[in-house]
Ligand binder design. Structure first.
Ligand SMILES: [Zn+2]
Length: 406
């Protein structure tokens, strides 16, 4: 059974400490590499899609969440407020209120829209300790979030483009959506009451899904408190389902924050907010990647991309040169020297590393390395420079293949 908690500890990706607290994992160096690389991937993809990045604080005054509606509809999931002099501050349960304020801080013309603001930022949930474990239910969450402020006419195209961005990311990451869900409100006081806004937003999301040709199911009781959403669902190996990515069209928060833009007619108009997350929380995304790949990450995400194995002490110096060259070219390479055990034991220990370069007497004499791939293929002898160049190509392509067409 591929359990990301077990693999995370075995591969030294992340861990927890009861003194740090339940639901508050920390990232070890190899896990931090995966997380950082994933975050950079998302930022690059967003930049290419016309997003601009911001930073905003992980807490805010209680009044901010009263304005957004979180205080009334979402406080069960929030940490209790902290008293600070005469005010109360709260760890934020989402990034939306901050981005609404950032939008509101400047006046906007229709010509600036759609304005796409993205942030990989922290948010907090007061999950009960009983349901915590690993990276899937955490109290401190790093969310890949963005809010697109646009005109009503632009909302469907923006939401559809966000869905396409999600699809491309899944292909690069080697993960698969198990299904798409249109999440609608259910019974009870959890949802803001404004039937006209709900039905308008729901109709637009249906248009997005129908236009994308994506099969989907509707589910009541799964919406955000302020509006319906498209959820991209993933499944773990045990068949348990979770939401990774979301796209929402929101008329509610622009009202609450009294947002506007100046239209071509010179008058004030209300923008629409499209909320979207490509990989959801970084914690859940990495947990899923660990389980999906059994720790054998795609080359560009792998904490170690190249393992260099000298057969004997006589080849250690040559091996060190290959490691140095790889590191200089931006690859993550390590030496697995004879002091780590027999060659067979070292090959097994490095079985999740995409590329292994073995250097015996013959290779050292010819200035070559014998290349083996993680999937068992043997490529034969190449120069160290050629191998580094080939791996560099795979890393830049950010796909899931190991070698050429593979
Ligand atoms: Zn949002």
């Amino acid at each position: 059974m591929r359990d990301h908690r077990r693999l995370g500890r075995e591969l030294e990706l992340f861990d927890t400490d009861p003194l740090m607290g339940a639901g508050l994992p920390y990232w070890l160096p190899d896990g931090a590499v995966v997380r950082h690389t994933l975050e950079e991937y998302v930022r690059d993809a967003e930049r290419a899609a016309g997003y601009r990045h911001v930073y905003s604080p992980v807490l805010g005054k209680r009044e901010l969440y009263e304005t957004s509606g979180h205080w009334d509809h979402y406080s069960d999931d929030m940490f209790p407020p902290m008293e600070l002099g005469a005010e109360q501050v709260v760890l934020r349960p989402s990034l939306c209120p901050h981005h609404a304020l950032i939008y509101r801080s400047r006046s906007h013309s229709y010509r600036e829209l759609p304005l796409r603001l993205a942030e990989l930022g922290g948010m907090y949930r007061s999950e009960l300790s009983g349901v915590l474990g690993g990276l899937t239910r955490v109290r401190s969450i790093q969310l890949n979030d963005a809010h697109i402020f646009c005109t009503l006419d632009q909302a469907v195209d923006e939401a559809r483009a966000a869905l396409e961005l999600i699809g491309r990311a899944y292909a690069d990451l080697g993960i698969r959506a198990s299904r798409h869900r249109l999440s609608l409100p259910g019974e009870g006081g959890k949802y803001v009451a404004d039937p006209a806004l709900w039905s308008r937003a729901t109709a637009l999301l249906r248009e997005v899904l129908d236009g994308s040709g994506i099969a989907y199911e509707e589910a009541e009781g799964e919406a955000a408190f302020y509006g319906p959403k498209i959820d991209v669902q993933i499944e773990d190996r045990a068949g348990r389902e979770a939401t990774l990515s979301t796209v929402q069209i929101d008329f509610h928060q622009p009202e609450r924050f009294d947002l506007h833009y100046i239209g071509a007619d010179g008058a004030k108009h209300r923008p629409v907010m499209v909320h979207r997350s490509v990989i959801g929380s970084v914690e859940r995304a990495v947990a899923h990647l660990i389980e999906e790949h059994g720790g054998a990450f795609p080359v560009w995400l792998a904490p170690e991309q190249l393992a260099v194995l000298p057969v004997a002490q006589a080849q250690v110096e040559r091996a060190e040169e290959v490691v140095r060259r790889a590191v200089e070219h931006g690859l993550r390479a390590r030496l697995h020297g004879p002091e780590d055990g027999t060659l067979g034991a070292r090959v097994r220990a490095a079985r999740l590393v995409p590329y292994q370069a073995v250097i015996g007497e013959r290779e050292a004499d010819g200035d070559l390395v014998a290349v083996r791939l993680r999937d068992g293929r043997r490529i034969g002898a190449l120069s160290g420079a050629e191998l580094v160049r080939r791996i560099g190509e795979r890393v830049r392509a950010r796909g899931t293949g190991l070698w050429e067409s593979a």
